[in-house]
Design a protein around this ligand. Sequence first.
Ligand code: KG4
Length: 339
Amino acid sequence: MKEDKIILAIESSCDETACAIIKNEELLANVISSQIEVHQKYGGVMPEIASRLHLENILYVIDDALSKANIKLEEVSAFAITRGPGLIGALHVGLQAIKTLALIYNKPIIPVHHLAGHIYANEFVSPLKFPCLAIVVSGGNTELVYMKEHLDFKVIGETKDDAIGESFDKVARVMGLPYPGGVAIDKLAKLGKHTYKLPTLMHDGTLNISYSGLKTAVINLVHKEEQNGKKINVNDLARSVLDVAVDELLLRVKKATSEYDVKQIVLAGGVSANSYLRSEITRIYDGSNIEVIIPPLWCTTDNAAMIAKVASYLYDKKIFAPLSLSVDPSWKIEDYLKF
Ligand code: KG4
């Protein structure tokens, strides 16, 4: 009889302490302890506080996942961990926990790339089909990742400066909106009209993008309106910002699908929760021969289920790390085998 494949995964790269357990591809537990309310007070994630909270929460999260899954630690086949990218101190907490478990139970460690996790989160909805174009959009990353097959990642376009989520967070701060700014902008944009003229983003003819100009344009616009004694209409500004940011991203996506053979598009990362992005990408490819997968909202935020999902593929290929494994806060997805 084939032995069960049981993977326990931890995700602690930013402000969510999470543990998930999968058994032969079935998700048995997916526990997430979010720190967002603490960081909201500071208007963004405070790295030092994130590390301390991971340290406080991690064993409870593991314990909770084990009891929900009804699994004992000695039954686990391998321990998986987000190795990067992310906040260095936060990553260390998860890695140390996983190393300890791997040592005690004499089981392999599987290092997982955080963005690979976001891409593979889509497999909880539908299997990836290749060639696949993953639109990876979060607070730290904006990348178009082309995959010819499983675990084959090629970055064909990326931001040259700010990530799309980062630009939403910065713009929102200028507009006096709460963190995370992307969520606030998404909500307000639904009530507004595209009345503010913002410059289109710099285009160098490639699939790359640059969001820093958008933030500068909004800062200048807000200051100018203030100097003229005018009040900003936040709903209209949110609508205008969101339209520019998403439409420009989608221009690159359309260019990518015209240049590359693509069977499926998947959205990945925190910004994939955005309602305008979700509806536009569906509309654009409706009736085409490219399938679009929209991840459920729980897959768009950080979780360990997506880490376990990637780990399961790595387990089959026996891609394991030594106990000396270290984290990499700026690990590139194309280097996912280098650790
Ligand atoms: O992937 P994520 O949880 O964290 C990392 O950056 O790894 O993404 C968080 C980012 C934040 O910048 C937040 O403003 C943005 O995702 N975000 C959104 C929405 N929900 C979260 N941006 C636009 N619309 C949303 N609905």
